[in-house]
Design a protein around this ligand. Sequence first.
Ligand code: HEM
Length: 460
Amino acid sequence: MTTPIPQPPGVPFLGNIKDVDPGNTWWSLKSLAEKYGEIFKIKVLGHEIVFVASAALAEEICDEKRFRKYVGGPIVEIRYTVHDSLFAAYHHEESWGVAHRIIAPLLSPEAVAEHFDEVLLCTQELISKWKSRGADQKFQPLKELNNLSLETTALTLLGKKLDCINAPQEHPVVRAMEDATSEAMKRPNRPKLLNWLVYGGKFKRATKTLRGFAAECVAHRNQHSTGRQDLLWALMNATDPETGKKLTDEQVIDEIVTMPIGSSTAPCALTSMVLYLLRNPQVVVKAREELDRVVGGRTGALKREHIPQLDYVQGIVRETLRLSNAAPGFNIEPIPKKGDTSPVLLQGGKYQIAHNQPMIIVLAGVNRDPAVFEDPLEFRPERMMGESFEKLPAGVKKWFGNGKRACIGKHWAWEFLMVVTAKLIQEIDFEVVDEDYVLKQDGWFNVRPIDFYVKAKARV
Ligand code: HEM
């Protein structure tokens, strides 16, 4: 006997259109996960989507022998901007393998370690800004961390200094990423004519800005050939060892645009982390004990070899990735079997889905599964350290996605998060602006706290 997958009641003809706010889809899905638990479904404009929100079910559908990434909905829409680049490629497209084999070596842990000094340099620039701003001035950390992330991505991977950390406004690429990804999220649920007539211009402008930025990076490299063998060098020159192919000029632009969109998840996580640290001062005390011991007080120089020794800071970063669900989810479908349209069983037959059913893993549910975590809403770095972390089920460690299509930038992201977290805790004291702030997140391909302000000053 299978159990029916719960579905909110909905309205005649339009289905569950009112259950999901198109302006804040992930917050609606989080709320539905809280109400319905491990699995639920909705039907909008004739399309049925199943959502998975428990650790056990997430682990099951991450089995690559039975399931794979579903390239549909917003992922197909963002192809307008990035074409068949890594994130948006269909399974049958050869371009994915060619680009993956060219890019992956440049984002390996060893390659990322080479950029440590550049990551530190950018972080130090932001820290100097925050120290000199004036302790009584409130600001939104997200905006400044967005610029930091873009600056660091451009410097390390594309060899270009943008100088946007000290700029008063967000970089135009940050705005364009927001516009392109919000369009990609909203378009599947709007009539096609409306997309074309009313919103087409916004999508086009954002895409033009992003592709123009990528073209500038290529032109800059052509004019300033420094012999630097970074990601941009590989995109422009390397050959796929398997097919002998190189990326075309257009594919180089596609992949450059994909990188800042990917890395834009990191500042979302860091903004949440600032909030968790403010609410858990005992965590800051413990982290400073570790940093004082390993790195040496407020003025100690952080070095690459310190990173693996900072167990507690690692716990903070992992707990942030768990609780913030900065990348809020990812799409899965059953692997098609030729001529076989029989239903797919989940949890040994407890649930049944169609052979071609798209599913979305909602990490806000999975990462706070009470079957795995005691007090799941509490911020406890200790549970993300050493043996406690090793013992956690695989389903709750999916913040970088799954298997073959998992995040190719995960080592870069890890290094960036570790450096920024360590330096902020080592050198900055944050102050709460609004004691009554109630966390609400929004976002498109990533989620972040809304209207969250802090004050900052040099550590006393
Ligand atoms: C905290 C930081 C980050 C998080 C939580 C994160 C999370 C994810 C997740 C969940 C996926 C899987 C998406 C899917 O299945 O559809 C993914 C894919 C991807 N990410 Fe990240 N990401 C982060 C940082 C980065 C960075 C720094 C880069 C680039 C430098 C990057 C580039 C990509 C790319 C290109 C893909 C597509 C990979 C493929 O399909 O082959 N991400 N990321």
